[in-house]
Design a protein around this ligand. Structure first.
Ligand code: NAP
Length: 301
């Protein structure tokens, strides 16, 4: 049985963040202010999306963030969805998300591009991606931001370390690789970014010498113990449903034998993504009331 010491507990770190956010909201809120409010747009009835949305709303409630849930039919057209987004952009809400994936007849990038960057608490808009890459104040992409928080809270050194990120999506692998390579306190790593085009032998040799592996490919059990070196730190972003169970991109037992630290699935990156969303919402609310927020480039995650 795994001992607790090797587990990077995202649930615990996330609870601690949410409790801090709750305290901060309590300390700042006065009679002239409305509490922070998040909008959640859910298109269709995808059970996984419904479950993610429930978890996000639950975290907001704990933090003292109000919410509205806008449920839209699977058959909504792209134009109709753009109209809903325009309404949210113009509303007094502090931030909103459009839960992905969207039905295939809707162009996801068009939808992301239409969100007001100052309300884009998922941090997916190109302006937020660009600002994050440059270390300028912005909404940071939620999953990479949550992972950096987890790294920081667990005092994991990234400076000078060889980090291999497997998966290069616009919402996880790509921004994460850039953030880890930035010259900030969490960063300064030597980053190798791999995707499906990385030749198998090159991927294996990079994985074998990695100090930290972050895997976000959506392939259950993709990373196995024979692919990693002793003492590696493994962060598993994957969420895959297999035989009714949620498992990650890591074959947990074989990798656990060799690693020094590992995130479980569930209970690792998932809760950290949610806490990052909560922080982005808090920061948007603070900025509406001209309350100073910490700056990312100084490492103040
Ligand atoms: P995605 O958009 O499908 O991207 C997957 C990436 O992995 C792509 O860059 C793909 O390369 C690459 N890839 C696929 N197979 C590969 C292989 N055999 N070798 C190397 N690279 C490979 O997925 P995503 O949105 O980044 O999500 C990845 C996983 O993380 C999914 O399981 C998702 O559910 C999960 N996720 C979890 C959270 C969380 O909060 N825990 C948040 C977001 C996503 P190509 O593009 O070249 O095909």
């Amino acid at each position: 049985m795994p001992t607790k010491s090797k587990i990077l507990d995202g649930k615990k770190s996330s609870e601690s963040i949410i409790s801090d956010v709750e305290q901060e909201i309590i300390s700042l809120l006065n009679d002239d202010m409305n509490p922070p409010k998040l909008g959640v747009v859910l298109v269709g009835n995808n059970p996984a999306s419904e479950s993610y949305v429930r978890n996000k709303i639950r975290a907001c409630k704990k933090a003292g963030i109000e919410h509205i849930l806008i449920k839209l039919d699977e058959t909504i057209s792209e134009n109709e969805l753009l109209i809903e987004i325009d309404k949210l952009n113009k509303s007094d809400i502090d931030g909103f998300i459009v839960q992905l994936p969207l039905p295939s007849h809707i162009d996801m990038q068009n939808i992301i591009n239409s969100i007001d960057p100052s309300k884009d608490v998922d941090g997916f808009h190109p302006i937020n991606f660009g600002k994050t890459a440059l270390g300028l104040p912005s909404m940071k992409p939620a999953t990479p931001y949550g992972i950096l928080k987890l790294i920081k809270m667990n005092k994991i050194e990234t400076k000078g370390k060889h980090v291999v990120v497997v998966g290069r999506s616009n919402i996880v692998g790509k921004p994460l690789s850039i953030m880890l390579g930035n010259d900030f306190s969490i960063g300064r790593a030597t980053v190798t970014s791999c995707d499906i085009n990385t030749p198998k032998n090159l991927l294996l040799s990079e994985l074998k010498r990695a100090d930290i592996i972050i895997i976000a490919v959506g392939r259950p059990g993709f990373l196995t113990g024979d692919m990693v070196k002793e003492g590696v730190i493994v962060i598993d972003v994957g969420i895959n449903k297999v035989d009714g169970k949620i498992i990650g991109d890591v074959e947990f037992d074989s990798v656990y034998e060799k690693c020094s630290l590992i995130t479980p699935v569930p209970g690792g990156v998932g809760p950290m993504t949610i806490s990052a969303l909560v922080i982005n919402t808090l920061n948007s609310w603070k900025s509406k009331y001209k309350i100073k927020t910490k700056r990312y480039e100084k490492g103040n995650l």
